[in-house]
Ligand binder design. Structure first.
Ligand SMILES: [Zn+2]
Length: 977
């Protein structure tokens, strides 16, 4: 049925209907008249359907109310009264996305699924949760998710616990986060952006149950809601359901949730903040300097896109003039820009890392001088063209990795819709791009610089300064505050606190009844595909080189992957190989200066990347295939240009540009440091696995802490080491780019593949073809350690424990994937997140036998290790009914069946090829998953005990906590240099 504008459908008035060519869909904007709810339906042929309901939630203070509310509404509702419907959905639905997010001014509840019934189920649980949450019935929810006092009778100690309280303590450990927070605070003193919607740990305890409920009543009303549905679903059916079940029960109200406009400053401001570093850390070169500009209005689509491009022009590529100037001035070692378009008044930011306080004036001077120069001389037209091209490529390709396309469109939409402008404003990019392209003839970006940067006084200059021992001081101050509070407490108050703690614990430990659990709808096993998806792969040869072809619909884009074997390298050359790939594409070549090269890449391709991969061998814990991977993508019409660039970079890179190499090395070092704080769980797992697995040791040496220390050492002793370092690079280059080492992979439409792979023949000539040492090296080294405590300045821990089930005499089976679902969403979730107060915990079981458990932003250390020790006994006592088991099986398969983009599909298939995983293996694994019973699970207990008994442990985290737990570790090392 054709829907007509100005007609009503189930209470929804169709206000506008719009063909949206750029994303191949039709948009329908509805207003639900009775409740005042807004709904945008983006109808496309994509079966990965997305639903989201969002509320405009300006934070009124920094107590984190919006964030804690986001967590809390997912702790049970009227129709779904169990304590964690979210976890039940994660266990047993076929969702392709399930999460909730708090932003500076909105809270979003998105879900996605490819299964029609599942999609409706998810929608219903989410809608009931946001409109009828159990927070009114159980004050325990705010205590658990937000904060509560804990009384420790034995120690006579008072402290604070809470999921968001801990999550934000972790978030506030990172200097980048502190910078971002300070920036918003400095630029928006008079509106909600000056507050911390996530919650400042110092202010979270100001939140009371009253304020909490009042906020929900006011802001979680349909009149303040933005509904979004995307995909190939039945519009009328969805409208009818939402009206009947929810919206028809509400009457529109006036809600004042609009974000008031922050007036521009007459004078720029300057502020500073201190961040903690560990007591032994050197503070030199550890200051962050940043200039931030409030730039325009997010309801202007042309400005929105062009300011983002301007950021790339000035700071995003090797050719970017401002980045270049700042790096060359040597006031800092890493420079980056950002454009935050997720708020009503977007912010344009320039950040210099690894700098010093004294350089702040020089920093500002260089920025404004360079901007002046750019305005006077104009941008290089080739740079402009290359940046526009790379933006256009990404917009049209719309490859968001594991995130559903519809979700990303929905998030983009909120950047205008939330501020009362049209929701499709930022999704119609063709006309906007056309306007921006006039910048190739006119001083377009140069004018933006003048107006929004040079002549803009609404800006702030921020310093984030390292302070050794600040964490300890903060901890002490907090402990003192708690002591004082304890001493002031009357006996009666203490008693009531103890009772309250007991009540909370009882509530937390109260098991959901069968009836409660069964309110969450469940699909049946028959709804699942009994066969795993088969990604097309054709094996052939071109000359002596193996070729993998993946005929897939790619919308005229070709994805090319080249894999070079690293088996001819010595194991001590691995860190250098890691550095070699990190520098490729960033140095000059025989044909182009590095600035020009970066323009060429952006002008002709969608990106060329270089990385190292270690492919573990199926069923073998010791063997793996170390490879260098070149990953390139381009429009099929630009295939030849892409190949020209691949050849130029892989063969013609000049390893002689000493100054440039040092710049790149410092940038890599700084980026690695960032990842230690933000992705500490990945760092500690990688390290823990390196104690027992050669494949993981390879990754550790080329991208982990060992790699970081290698780089830090090189940076420190650069002058003395440069010559030998370059010799090593040249030597390993010759051992890598050899024709015998190559395997190529192509992904494109079937009809185009023959033509697209032709340039490979020409590429052969550029490769080494000499005799190579025949003996293949056997990389079987592992780290000599068994366990380590890695300390830095952080409020939280990442506690990892590893083992290998093949080495302990067991086999890999599909049931391990079901076990992973069970322990991640039941045992670890309850013990480490709900009771322990960590943000999360993960586990993994791989085909080479590697297995691990790791906690994320964890306030504990020894306690978490004890939780791991209790796993085997939990597993041996595992007993659930059929319905519960079905749930775990569905959850397992839905995790494994995440829809993939063409680029991801081909990489996955290539990975299977190198790891010797056959389609039969995948079929077998799936059958094993489908036939897993509670008994299969209990038999895995012995495997866990045996594989985990060697105590391979790595903890990354707080200095004091690690030093206090010294007895656990063979050695302690400070991570950052
Ligand atoms: Zn959170």
């Amino acid at each position: 049925m054709e829907l007509q504008k100005n007609e009503k459908y189930y209470g929804f008035l169709l206000q506008e209907k719009r063909e949206m060519k750029d994303i191949n869909g039709t948009g329908y904007l509805f207003l639900h008249e009775k409740s005042g709810a807004k709904l945008f339906y983006l109808s496309t042929r994509d079966d990965n359907k997305v639903f989201s309901v969002s509320f405009r939630t300006p934070p009124l203070d920094s107590s984190g109310l919006p964030h804690i509310l986001e967590h809390s509404v997912l702790c049970g509702s009227k129709k779904y009264p169990l304590k964690d419907p979210f976890v039940e959905l994660a266990k047993g639905s076929m969702n392709t996305f399930l999460n909730a997010m708090t932003f500076s001014d909105k809270t979003m509840y998105p879900v996605a699924s490819r299964n029609q019934q599942d999609f409706l189920n998810l929608m219903d649980v989410y809608l009931d949760s946001v409109f009828y949450p159990n927070i009114y019935r159980y004050p325990e929810i705010l205590q658990q998710e937000g904060w509560h006092y804990v009384w420790d009778e034995d120690k006579g100690q008072l402290s604070i616990k809470g999921v968001v309280f801990n999550e934000m303590k972790g978030a506030f450990s990172s200097p980048e986060q502190m910078l971002f927070r300070k920036t918003q605070e400095s630029l928006f003193p008079d509106n909600p952006y000056g507050n911390e919607s996530g919650g400042d740990p110092n202010h979270i305890p100001e939140l009371t149950q009253d304020k909490f409920l009042k906020y929900h009543q006011e802001y979680y009303h349909p009149s303040n809601a933005y509904f979004y549905i995307y995909g190939d679903g039945d519009i009328l059916n969805h409208l009818e359901y939402i009206d009947e079940e929810y919206l028809s029960k509400f009457t529109a109200i006036d809600i004042d949730s609009a974000i008031c406009w922050q007036n521009a400053f007459e004078e720029p401001v300057e502020q500073s903040i201190k961040y903690p570093v560990s007591s032994e850390e050197n503070t030199e070169d550890k200051t962050y300097l940043s200039l931030n500009f409030v730039a325009g209005d997010s309801r202007n689509p042309e400005l929105h896109l062009s300011m983002d491009m301007l950021n790339h022009l000035l700071l995003g590529t090797s050719a970017a003039p401002l980045k270049k100037k700042l790096i060359q001035s040597e006031i800092g070692k890493d420079v980056f820009g950002y454009y935050d378009s997720s708020i009503q008044q977007p912010v344009f930011g320039i950040v210099v890392k690894n700098s010093n306080e004294e350089s702040v004036n020089q920093f500002a001077e260089i920025v404004f001088e360079t901007l002046q120069e750019v305005v006077e001389n104009g941008f290089d037209k080739k740079l402009i063209e290359s940046v526009i091209n790379s933006f256009e490529f990404k917009l049209r390709e719309a490859d968001f990795g594991r995130y559903p396309k519809g979700l990303m469109y929905g998030m983009k939409m909120m950047e205008s819709w939330l501020y009362d402008a049209d929701p499709y404003l930022h999704l119609e990019f063709t006309p906007v791009l056309k306007k921006i392209k006039k910048s190739l003839e006119e001083p377009y970006f140069e004018n933006l610089i003048q107006k929004y940067l040079m002549n803009n006084t609404h800006r702030s200059l921020i310093k984030v300064i390292p302070e050794p021992g600040l964490n300890e001081a903060k901890e002490e101050a907090f402990a003192r505050e708690m002591e004082e509070l304890r001493d002031r407490m009357t006996g009666k108050e203490k008693e009531s606190l103890i009772r309250n703690n007991e009540r909370l614990l009882n509530w937390q430990n109260e098991k959901a009844t069968k009836e409660e659990i069964e309110t969450i709808p469940l699909l049946s096993i028959d709804d699942l595909d009994p066969e795993p998806e088969q990604i097309p792969i054709e094996l052939s040869n071109l000359g002596q080189v193996p070729v993998l072809r993946h005929p897939l619909f790619t919308n005229n884009i070709v994805y090319t992957n080249l894999y070079f074997d690293l088996k001819h390298l010595d194991s001590d050359q691995m860190p250098a190989a890691g550095l070699l790939v990190s520098m490729m594409g960033k140095l000059s070549t025989d044909q182009h200066h590095y600035e020009d090269l970066s323009n060429e890449i952006n002008l002709h391709t969608g990106g060329i990347g270089f990385s190292l991969e270690g492919f573990p061998q199926n069923g073998d814990s010791m063997e793996y295939e170390p490879k260098l991977q070149i990953k390139a993508r381009a429009l099929t019409s630009k295939n030849h240009e892409m190949w020209r660039l691949i050849e130029e970079i892989s063969q013609g890179t000049k390893w002689t540009e000493k100054k440039r190499m040092r710049e790149v090395i410092r940038e890599i070092k700084s980026r690695l440091e960032m990842s230690m704080l933000q992705e500490g769980h990945l760092v500690s797992v990688k390290r823990a696995l390196s104690y027992l697995s050669p494949a993981s040791q390879f990754l550790e040496a080329t991208s982990g802490i060992q790699f970081y220390h290698y780089i830090a050492d090189l940076d420190e002793n650069f002058e003395e080491q440069f010559e030998t370092f370059v010799e090593t690079l040249k030597e390993i280059h010759g051992k890598i780019f050899h024709i015998n080492n190559l395997t190529a992979s192509f992904t494109a439409d079937e009809k185009d593949l023959d033509e697209l792979q032709k340039p490979l023949l020409g590429f052969f000539d550029s490769l080494h073809q000499n005799e190579l040492e025949e003996v293949l090296k056997n990389f079987r080294s592992t780290n000599p350690w068994k366990n380590e405590g890695l300390y830095l300045s952080s409020d939280v821990q990442y506690v990892a424990k590893a083992g290998n089930l093949l080495q302990s005499g067991y086999n890999y089976a599909g049931s391990l994937q079901v076990l992973k679902t069970i322990i991640s969403l039941d045992y670890l979730w309850k013990k480490i997140r709900v009771t322990g107060g960590a943000y999360g915990a993960m586990s993994g079981f791989q085909r080479n036998g590697n297995m691990f458990f790791v906690s994320y932003r964890d306030p504990n250390l020894e306690e978490t290790l004890k939780v791991y020790d209790g796993l085997a006994s939990y597993v041996s006592n595992f007993s659930v009914d059929d319905r519960e088991m079905t749930k775990y099986i569905i959850g397992t398969l839905s995790r494994m069946d995440t829809p993939l983009t063409p680029a991801m599909k081909s990489e996955k298939a290539d990975g299977y090829y190198f790891s010797a995983v056959s389609q039969e293996d995948l079929v077998k694994e799936r059958q094993e998953i489908l036939s897993t019973t509670p008994e299969t699970i209990t038999t895995l207990a012995e495997m866990i005990t045996e594989s985990m008994k060697d105590e391979y442990i790595c903890v990354l985290g707080n200095e004091n906590r690690i030093k206090n737990a010294q007895g656990i570790f063979q050695r302690l090392i400070p991570v950052l240099r």
